[in-house]
Ligand binder design. Structure first.
Ligand code: GLA
Length: 688
């Protein structure tokens, strides 16, 4: 199958879509492949078994720098030529990685400045991975050189259909070169040292700087770090990593790469602001390792998947890594069944993925991840895990009609990295309030009810949404406040959680009754944030409890839905509602129990007239139902069969069976329903 052709150069800013790869390959299926760990005879067995399992894409080269460049400046590509040719001969495409996440040990030995320094001033050493300092000029030059040479050699190799830069960018460096670049970044941001002093509030604790040359990264300090310094260092770190990514991406393009270029995100990862990264990748790709022993992990995984869709503006994304079974880095490493692996994979597809891959194809015999599960376990192909892999390959091949389709949603959930970072800085009201916990708490009832949700960044246009949920926007930029106001004014429903709109972009607390920018929209204003005692405070007007965090509020122009019943806040409003035409804005001024939050969200859903995406599945506890394009995904994680009402005539793409009005789902099984019609393209595929 010839690769889809692209113009010989990709114009600046153009982003080859995932469709460039999926148009002929179908849904992508495979995993990381690390042939440098194996002999050529094993490669041949791998290629054969991959094909038999329906694998059509493998990520090669992530950890191969030391093999490609055994000595400084030397290049050994012969083995990689052989691997790529072999894979191509078996019809397996390659997502070729620049191997820059793990430089060879010699780089650190010859150039110690390429190694990162932690906040205690300790320079890390080789022997693991990720041992590079993103700001090191020497590292950057060496990484660019190998990326360029790789691209020059393989840009037009017919197996190579995607490129993968580095791996899971997330390194933090506090060394001298990071210091230099941090100062440049600050100069760029603030122009003058007075600007920095103002933004950082350095009048506090005598921190005033006389020059940018006096500023250092937040290394170990005697006591709490200036929170804006810390926030800026996080922003800088994300930007610096992004610069590493961008320069390799550009080098690949210059060398003639015309296919999509990406790197692997890590969901709600704290060290990179993926809203700022999203425009730099041609395709959003993510690594997902939900803890399958956690009963809420399907909801939490769905949230991450909705985030990935949001990062790509709704375009299909790629699940680039997940585990077939156990990971090797979790304390409670419970087994994961092939059925669960299949359901988790189909969940990603339901929520916008046009491909499902794993770490990794063949289990490593040696090294730190020797006990991480794989598509081909140590015990070989005659295993339940591998049969599960083969089965999934067959499933995905039947799902071609899903390609390129989008997930319609009328509910938006706001999430922002900068706000998360600022809200988590020490020295806050209570260390027990966590933005991510709040985001998950607000998302879960929506997931339980089968409501489709888009995760959006603050400031994104909200015109398409009838319900907007803001679990915690500690920093609420002006454009985000404007969008929320406009949404309320046109009659959309808003549900806003506590500690929102607290600070400006410099993390300075805003003067006035909070949330300053939204108090009039919400009809409520507050004057004190209060840490609640362990055990919580009962709420009057609801049967629930507030815990962790409450607020001293005054209902200026809102109805009080629930009040604090005891303690410091006794009698004060805890939850309020202000009607706006056909809609309403709720403010939840506390962390509240699940049932109370569900009550608020149910009222908002009812008023906004937002229902489950698949009404016939609503209320079925173990069933996740998602609409994607005109397809309906039904996933039954329960141990019992269930019947789902689905009016109309449908074909289950997984089984080829026609159904009408009801779908019988066996336990731990799934259906992907396509409106029945004469010209269904099922992309049927034979698994050998
Ligand atoms: C990450 C990395 C992989 C591997 C897996 C499993 O996703 O990208 O190289 O280490 O985790 O732990």
């Amino acid at each position: 199958m010839p690769p889809t052709s692209f113009p010989s150069a990709v114009p600046d800013g153009a982003r080859p879509p995932l469709a460039a790869v999926t148009a002929d390959l179908g849904l992508l299926y495979g995993g990381d492949y690390n042939p440098e760990q194996w002999a050529p005879s094993v490669w041949r067995e791998d290629a054969r078994l991959m094909r038999a399992a329906g694998v059509n894409l493998v990520t090669v080269g992530v950890w191969s720098w030391a093999r490609i460049e055994p000595e400084p400046g030397v290049r050994d590509f012969a083995w990689l030529d052989e691997v790529l040719d072999l894979l191509h001969a078996h019809g397996i495409a390659v997502d070729l990685a620049t191997p820059t996440a793990s430089p060879p040990p010699w780089l650190g030995v010859e150039h110690p400045e390429t190694l990162p320094v932690d906040r205690d001033g300790v320079r890390l050493v080789a022997g693991s991975r990720n041992q590079f300092a993103p700001s090191s000029r020497r590292y950057r030059a060496a990484a660019l050189a190998i990326a360029r040479d790789l691209a020059a050699r393989y840009a037009t190799h017919p197996a190579v259909r995607m490129w993968h830069v580095g791996n899971e960018y997330g390194q933090v460096d506090h060394g001298p070169e990071a210091e230099r670049e941090f100062r440049c970044w600050l100069r760029e941001r603030y122009g003058t040292i007075d600007g920095l002093n103002e933004a950082w509030g350095t009048a506090f604790w005598s921190q005033r700087y006389r020059s940018f040359d006096d500023v250092v990264p937040p290394r170990r300090m005697p006591y709490l770090v200036n929170p804006t310094q810390s926030l800026d260092f996080r922003r800088f770190t994300s930007d610096e990593l992004l610069a590493c990514y961008r320069e390799q991406h550009a080098a690949l393009r210059e060398a003639g790469v015309t296919t999509p270029v990406t790197t692997n995100f890590m969901g709600f990862f704290p060290l990179a602001d993926y809203w700022s990264w999203a425009d730099a990748v041609d395709v959003v790709a993510d690594d997902q390792y939900p803890d399958h022993a956690d009963p809420r992990s399907p909801a939490d995984a769905a949230l991450v998947q909705d985030l990935m869709r949001g990062l790509g503006g709704g375009a299909p994304w790629l699940l680039l890594e997940q585990a077939v079974g156990a990971t090797s880095w979790r304390e409670h490493n419970l087994p994961k069944s092939p059925e669960r692996m299949r359901l988790d994979s189909l969940q990603a597809v339901a929520r916008g993925a046009d491909g499902v891959c794993f770490f990794q194809w063949r289990a490593s015999a040696a090294g730190a991840e020797r006990f991480h599960s794989a598509m081909l376990p140590h015990a070989g192909a005659d295993t339940a895990a591998h049969r599960g892999v083969q089965r999934l390959g067959g499933d995905l091949a039947r799902l071609r009609p899903v390609l390129g389709t989008r997930v319609p949603a009328r509910t938006a959930l706001l999430f922002d990295w900068e706000s998360w970072w600022a809200a988590q800085e020490p020295g806050r009201i209570t260390e027990r309030l966590h933005t991510l916990d709040q985001v998950r708490a607000y998302y879960r009832p929506l997931w339980d009810r089968g409501v489709a949700v888009d995760v959006v960044r603050p400031g994104a246009p909200l015109g398409a949404y009838d319900l907007v949920v803001v679990p915690q926007a500690y920093l609420l930029p002006d454009d985000a406040a404007r969008e929320l106001r406009a949404a309320a004014e046109r009659g959309a429903c808003l549900v806003v959680g506590p500690m929102t709109g607290v600070a400006d972009r410099n993390a300075h607390v805003l003067p006035g009754r909070f949330p300053v920018a939204l108090a009039d929209v919400l009809g409520v204003s507050g004057e004190e944030w209060v840490a609640l005692p362990d055990g919580g405070v009962p709420l009057a007007g609801a049967v629930g409890v507030a815990h962790v965090h409450g607020e001293l509020l005054r209902a200026d122009d809102a109805t009080v839905v629930a009040r604090f019943a005891e303690g410091h806040l006794a009698g004060a409003p805890a939850i309020t509602r202000r009607d706006h035409g056909a809609g309403a804005a709720w403010y939840v001024g506390a962390v509240v129990d699940e049932a109370t939050l569900e009550g608020v969200l149910d009222d908002a859903l009812a008023l906004a007239d937002v229902a489950a995406a698949v009404p016939g599945a609503a209320g079925l506890a173990d069933v996740e139902a998602v609409q994607r394009g005109d397809l309906v995904f039904l996933l039954n994680r329960g141990g019992q069969g269930v019947r789902v009402a689905l009016p109309g005539a449908w074909t289950d793409l997984l089984t080829g069976r026609d159904v009408a009005d009801v779908v019988d789902l066996p336990p731990n099984d799934a259906a992907v329903l396509c409106p029945a019609g004469p010209t269904q393209e099922t992309g049927d595929h034979e698994v050998h």
